[in-house]
Design a protein around this ligand. Sequence first.
Ligand SMILES: C[S@@+](CC[C@H](N)C(=O)[O-])C[C@H]1O[C@@H](n2cnc3c(N)ncnc32)[C@H](O)[C@@H]1O
Ligand code: SF4
Length: 347
Amino acid sequence: MTLTIALRGYHWSQGELETTSPEGIFYLALNMTSACNYRCPYCFVGLKNLRPSPNELNVDEKKRLINQAANCGAKVVVMPGRGEPLADPDFWSILEEANRSGLWVVVYTNGHFLDREKIIRLKQADISLYLKVDSFDEKIYETMVGKKGVFARIRRNLDLLVEHFHEPLIDNNRIISRVGINSVVSVQSAASIPEIDEWCADRQIFYTCRSPVKVGEADLTWNFLVEKQADKLRAIGRKYADRNFTSATEAGQCGIYRFGITVENTGEIYVCPDAREGFGRIGNIRNQSLHELIRRRNTLYPLNSSPGYCFVKSLRNPEEQATSAESQSKTTTESIPIFSIKSNLGL
Ligand SMILES: C[S@@+](CC[C@H](N)C(=O)[O-])C[C@H]1O[C@@H](n2cnc3c(N)ncnc32)[C@H](O)[C@@H]1O
Ligand code: SF4
């Protein structure tokens, strides 16, 4: 029997998401530090920007924000990362505060800072980890993170996660995993994708991949990453993870946009993690309450619930938006467009 696999904390039933009040949120996307120890040649952030901002929220401001989010109905804190969240000195305090407020935490991470002790500690917390791994080949991996001598550590951390943290559950005929892996499909990593996909499937680990988005560093390194093979790389992305949004809902919406709000580490509010410079300013949580800012976002940018709708693409790439909406509505008439694997759990 084939089961879909979902990432715990990220994927919820449509019914649960629809309980979100029109002036509330389900997901708080919170960016932690913008510093990072890696130098991925495609990084969204741009390598020159990977350093702490001078005016980052302090730990008390972040804790207040978590409490406000819980009061606005949030169930999840997602740390998408414009930097490496596990390198943030406040990470453990914020995780604790979020869990104390009843929120599940989902963290995008390069996995470098994990070790056995931290993994065992994380197992006790309400958290899922979404790791970036582009290859199991040392040379390719290190090329794609721009740093030498780090592969053995991540390979060991993946095994430690499987041994001490991973605990796939079955719920409603889905496998719910606390570990996810995400790959960027470039010319260099394309041949590695089937192996990672199989490794994840064998362990009931959530897996996604996609070709690079041409922003940040990828805009500068596009020829190196893509070499006129954009269609081929996109096709690989579709074959192994047939979805555009890792946060898609059962109705094919982008979950973070439709049911959430994004707060930058400086307190600035965005419609979604990608709607930054060049979009109208909403405000800063240092000056207004989260509740007021959600209301302001709703007035400036009334929410669109259509399947496949992407706020950024609708303004910047309307032609791509039409295609994406079409393909999303196709997949949503089937089942949940997450990721199917053959169950070896005997179900
Ligand atoms: C920006 S990173 C931040 C969190 C953490 N440092 C990490 O790498 O997982 C979040 C995810 O975005 C992916 N990513 C970064 N730049 C990208 C790009 N230009 N196109 C597609 N995905 C990208 C990374 O591979 C990673 O899975
Ligand atoms: S993609 Fe993540 S790990 Fe790579 S440089 Fe950017 S923030 Fe760091």
